[in-house]
Design a protein around this ligand. Structure first.
Ligand code: NAD
Length: 308
């Protein structure tokens, strides 16, 4: 039985190097075989997970020796933090290690959707030469609104400002005297909906943020505005969003995260033929570079914990 169980993918070579003092079970397929995963936990002093492993009461009951959970990312909504605290199990998110990947995704989605030309290939291939239909918009001079103004949102804001955009943010938990506000306008959620050309969501999923982008919020957005969600599926009402896109009440949207993940063929039907909608499989935070940073930081966090 292993001291450390890694049940979702990471940079295996880094894990083996940093954690070489311990018996390691590296099996990213375990996340899809819950029974085998639970059976593997008997001696585990640490586990390393991404966002798909539910670290809940059942998981913890099967891991009586567990001391630490390394999370290959930052959202902790798949981990029962109260139970971990009660059981003296430390939880280590990879804070900051994938900020750049998410920020570049958000900016690239904003530029693609404002410009609109990413959908032109079939027409060009078909000999239609659709120049008139592909006159897109520039980012410069437009307003970028951030819901949540934490670590990732600040990286997004900096890049949006570099493109010549005005940046505003809604984050009632960030004190007004925080230096991060120096170049960014603090606005209410309603103001943000009504004034932004691009809205990008960067809040954790909590009771309060569930459906923070609901039908009312979307209804207040400009008809040609763009919505980007790289946070968590539950924070955007997917039905309200697809209805608005179908009705032409919104300029476009990019969804990297979904209320139910992974999206299966049946779940995917909700998005068929929805115009100006880009979908990706929860990959905003994962690039070749961020996978290395996240793996290194998480392995080091776990190694440090076990050594103490
Ligand atoms: P962070 O903790 O640095 O920032 C979150 C911000 O949200 C904080 O400033 C907080 O004050 C604010 N906030 C909390 N509740 C709020 C509310 N009700 N209204 C407005 N603001 C509120 O987190 P981060 O590192 O910037 O990450 C944000 C989220 O992005 C994570 O929780 C995670 O779910 C998601 N994420 C997704 C991916 C991906 O691959 N798609 C990768 C990394 C992170």
């Amino acid at each position: 039985m292993a001291d450390i169980v890694i049940c979702e993918f990471m940079d295996e070579a880094i894990a083996r190097e940093v954690l070489k003092a311990y018996e390691l079970l590296y099996d990213p397929s375990l996340v899809d075989d819950r029974a085998a995963l639970l059976r593997s936990l008997g001696d585990a002093r640490a586990v390393i997970v991404r966002n798909r492993t539910q670290v809940d009461a059942e998981f913890l009951e099967n891991a009586p020796k567990l001391e630490a959970v390394g999370r290959l990312g930052v959202g902790l909504d798949n981990i029962d933090l109260e139970l971990c605290r009660a059981g003296n199990v430390a939880v280590y998110p990879a804070t900051g290690a994938n900020d750049l990947a998410v920020a570049e995704y958000a900016i690239s989605a904003a530029l693609s959707l404002l410009r609109g030309t990413w959908q032109a290939s079939p027409d060009v291939i078909g000999g239609k030469w659709p120049r008139g239909a592909n006159i897109g918009r520039e980012a410069s001079g437009r307003r970028f609104g951030l819901i949540g103004f934490g670590s990732i949102a600040r990286q997004v804001g900096r890049r949006a400002a570099a493109l010549g955009m005005q940046v505003s943010a809604y984050d009632p938990y960030l004190p007004g005297d925080n230096g991060a506000w120096s170049d960014v306008e603090a606005v209410s959620l309603r103001q943000l909906a009504e004034t932004s050309d691009v809205v990008s969501v960067h809040v954790p999923l909590t009771k309060e943020t569930r459906n923070i982008v609901d039908a009312d919020f979307i209804g207040r957005m400009k008809n040609d505005a763009i919505l980007i969600n790289t946070a968590r599926g539950g924070v955007v009402d997917e039905q309200a969003l697809t209805a608005a896109l179908r009705a032409g009440q919104l300029g476009g949207a990019a969804l990297d995260v979904f209320a139910s993940e992974p999206v299966d063929a049946e779940g995917g039907r909700a998005f068929v033929d929805v115009p100006n909608l880009m979908l990706t499989p929860h990959i905003a935070g994962i690039t070749e570079e961020s996978n290395v940073r996240v793996s290194q930081l998480t392995a080091e966090n776990v190694a440090r914990h076990l050594a103490n």
